[in-house]
Design a protein around this ligand. Structure first.
Ligand SMILES: NC(=O)c1ccc[n+]([C@@H]2O[C@H](COP(=O)([O-])OP(=O)(O)OC[C@H]3O[C@@H](n4cnc5c(N)ncnc54)[C@H](OP(=O)(O)O)[C@@H]3O)[C@@H](O)[C@H]2O)c1
Length: 318
């Protein structure tokens, strides 16, 4: 439980910061919830609210009413939004649903945050880029999404920026490290012995453990809880929050299996056999960028952090 009265950096008693975590039971959301629950970061005090889907009763056709209801009910000072339609191929088949969850809902949350003086923390995606650049993308590089997912996420980013609310949009890429529905979970599966897993080797990006993103987000919230007002905090804006470097899913898989064996998380005899393949040959509904590494320099400089290389970051997921 949180202590309702605590001394922060400003020396005066502080009530706990009310943080509403939306999508707190998904891949990234669960990691953020775990990190916030585990740490009393920097001595800051946080009251974490992580409602389940049935408590949220999200009406995708009425995002503005939904957001207004959530703000009235939970009265958050910080909202961390992990809700999204993240199945990229499903977004092509259901563009209306993608638009409501990935664009209209963040816009509605931002307008409520602006009206109530709350901060919105939101997650964008490397899929806003077309991959033509072939060097790590910076925040001021022009987006050109190839998919409904990328386009609707970009509209969400723009709606938040236009709202004037206090916000940090963290653009992230290629998550792993969650217990289910991701590459590392597949690699660690106990039934892995003798299996052959095929991983794409023709697309480059940055794999990021959810634990790394969660750690960074929790630290940002901790500083928010410990400092009065906006003074001393990073300005609102868009930041690429990513490990450094670039690789393919195949090369990541090889490195991850090697590290998992070294860390004792995977017995060598149970390790799957990995095979690279050209994903471009698959006829999938959504196009993915062939290159989508993100450059975290602005995030590092503004938040005073140093991001690890993608190989070094693997240990956070083991
Ligand atoms: N995964 C990646 O590789 C990746 C890469 C770049 C950016 N991102 C961004 O990172 C953020 C988090 O992604 P993620 O991979 O953690 O997503 P995820 O695992 O698919 O989680 C999405 C969350 O949204 C919730 N949700 C979806 N539809 C809902 C509805 N109608 N009502 C209530 N809740 C609903 C889900 O609830 P349930 O738990 O109840 O299903 C889940 O908690 C997203 O903004 C995504 O665009 C992800």
């Amino acid at each position: 439980m949180t202590d309702p009265v605590a001394a922060g950096d400003r020396g005066a008693p502080l009530a706990p910061l009310r943080v509403l975590l939306l999508g707190g039971h998904g891949r990234l959301g669960s990691a953020i919830a775990a990190r916030l629950a585990a740490q009393a970061p920097g001595g800051a005090h946080i009251e974490l609210l992580a409602p389940r889907r049935h408590e949220l009763a999200l009406d995708p056709d009425a995002p503005a009413d939904t957001a207004a209801r959530w703000f009235a009910h939970w009265r958050p000072e910080v909202v961390v939004n992990c809700i999204a339609l993240t199945d990229v191929d499903r977004c092509e088949r259901e563009p209306g649903a993608a638009r409501q969850l990935n664009a209209a809902l963040p816009g509605a949350l931002a307008r409520e945050a602006a009206a109530g003086g709350a901060r919105l923390i939101h997650f964008s995606t490397d899929y806003v880029f077309d991959g033509a650049l072939r060097r790590p993308y910076r925040e001021d590089d022009a987006p050109n999404p190839l998919s409904v997912y990328g386009a609707t996420k970009l509209d969400g980013d723009r709606a938040i920026a236009d709202s004037g609310c206090r916000h940090w949009i963290f653009r992230i890429s290629w998550l792993y490290g969650a217990p289910r529905r991701n590459v590392s979970a597949m690699l660690l599966e106990r039934a892995g012995a003798g299996r052959t897993l095929r991983l794409a080797n023709d697309r480059l990006g940055v794999p990021n453990p959810v634990q790394l993103v969660a750690r960074e987000v929790a630290d940002c919230i901790a500083r928010d809880a410990a400092i009065a007002g906006a003074a001393g905090l990073a300005p609102s804006g868009l930041y690429h929050l990513s490990a450094r470097g670039a690789t393919s899913w195949y090369d990541f898989g090889v490195a991850f299996v090697r590290e998992a064996i070294r860390a004792g998380r995977l017995a060598a005899q149970r390790a799957p056999h990995l095979e690279g393949f050209a994903e471009a040959a698959l006829a999938r509904p959504a196009k993915r960028p062939q290159y989508s590494a993100l450059d975290p320099s602005r995030y590092e400089a503004t938040f005073g952090r140093a991001m690890p290389g993608w190989e070094e970051a693997i240990s956070l997921a083991l």
